[in-house]
Design a protein. Structure first.
Length: 398
């Protein structure tokens, strides 16, 4: 019964995380679009910086942005913050439930670094805190006065961190860590910079004081960072389902390319929202990035194209590898502690079942090192080579 409870707790937290993330991303995209689409015209109320007319749900909306306090402040202001906070809190809960509590499966790879579970968790937590601190200091430094230079340094910083984490965690753990770090940076921008600065501006406007422009500039800069990081962090959130990304030997470089792809795609839409002609080169750049990612992920540690069936080969040899390295989880009655049903319903107990999932074995075991998780069952390179040769021959049954 306890195991059933934990399974549904995982499901509930994951569902909450997705719902909150959709709400946060949706409101973020909407307000970026609204802000960029505002237009000035004669006759706007005093203090208004622009307006936009929108139609939705059978009605018309006239949105006006005030740069200073309007003549009459409303009794209630809507603050868009809880979507961000809920996304982060549910994400941290998932991080603990899935990764920290099962660190030996999802974070640690002995071939990368021998770690105790508590050590992996400690490194992850410290990495999240230090990552935010360094990023925040970069924004507050003289470098922060130049958005372009700050963006370039920030990009190098994230890529360097992702590479360093490949020297510590499993491939899955690297992407988890980077997703959690980028998400932490984004929500900390909201909690520690954007919302506090907005409160200071509102307080000054209500009191009739002229707000210090630095508060708005800082908030706008952090909001811009969040906007350009949104698409990459979504990619990292779903990458757990794509081992050719996270379990590739070039996973850190693939993540670097995704950061660029996400940024250029957002740049296209941000330009469109301004009413300007979209920079169509951004889609060409994104397409080139995708081609590069496909090529990099094809550079598997166990090349199938070069594999050949060993002399005297028998299906029993493949079966023995899979049974000894995979079937403790992928069985009708899994033997691995904490796993009650075969992951994704994949059973690998008979030659027929093994042949049925040959494509999955190719993706998860041969072209990437996603399975076994963290190589916890110590599958040998020679065994991966045998599986590669079997797949190269068309996964025969003999």
């Amino acid at each position: 019964m306890l195991m059933v409870f934990w399974e549904w707790l995982d499901m509930a937290v994951r569902w909450l995380h997705v719902i909150a993330g959709v709400a946060w991303i949706g409101s973020s995209f909407y307000f970026v679009h609204l802000d960029l689409s505002l237009k000035k015209r004669e006759g706007l109320p005093e203090g208004a910086g622009g307006e936009a007319w929108q139609v939705h749900g059978g009605g018309f909306y006239n949105m006006v942005k005030y740069m200073v306090a309007p003549a009459r402040m409303p009794d209630k202001l809507t603050w868009f913050k809880w979507e961000a906070y809920t996304t982060w809190l549910s994400g941290i809960a998932l991080l603990i439930l899935v990764y920290y509590m099962q660190a030996e499966l999802y974070m640690i790879d002995p071939a990368v670094m021998e770690l105790e579970p508590w050590m992996a968790v400690a490194i992850s937590a410290v990495g999240l805190a230090l990552g935010w601190i360094v990023y925040d200091l970069l924004c507050k430094s003289p470098l922060g006065r130049d958005d372009t230079k700050l963006a370039l340094v920030g990009f190098v910083f994230l890529v360097a961190l992702s590479y360093l984490f490949t020297l510590v965690f499993s491939g899955r753990g690297v992407y988890m860590q980077m997703g959690a770090l980028i998400g932490t940076m984004m929500v900390a921008n909201v909690f520690l910079v954007i919302i506090p600065n907005q409160r200071k501006v509102v307080a000054d406007l209500i009191a009739g004081r002229e707000p210090d422009p630095k508060y708005g500039e800082q908030a706008k800069q952090r909001s811009l960072h969040n906007n350009y990081l949104t698409l990459p962090v979504i990619f990292v959130m779903i990458s757990n389902h794509y081992p050719l990304a996270f379990a590739s030997k070039w996973n850190w470089l693939i993540l670097a390319i995704v950061l660029v792809m996400g940024a250029v795609i957002r740049h296209f839409f941000n330009t469109q929202h301004k009413g300007e002609k979209g920079p169509w080169w951004t889609w060409a750049a994104a397409a080139v990035g995708l081609v590069a990612i496909v090529w990099l992920s094809a550079q598997s540690a166990t090349p199938i194209e070069e594999a050949s069936i060993p002399e005297g080969y028998e299906m029993a040899e493949v079966e023995n590898v899979v049974l000894s390295r995979c079937s403790m989880c992928h069985a009708a009655e899994p033997l691995w502690e904490g796993i009650t049903v075969a992951p994704k319903g994949v059973l690998l107990e008979t030659p027929e079942q093994i042949r049925l999932y040959a494509r999955a074995i190719e993706t998860q075991v041969v072209r990437s090192n996603a399975m076994p998780p963290g190589n916890i069952t110590w599958i040998e390179p020679e065994e991966r080579q045998l599986l590669a040769a079997w797949i190269a021959a068309g996964a025969p049954a003999w």
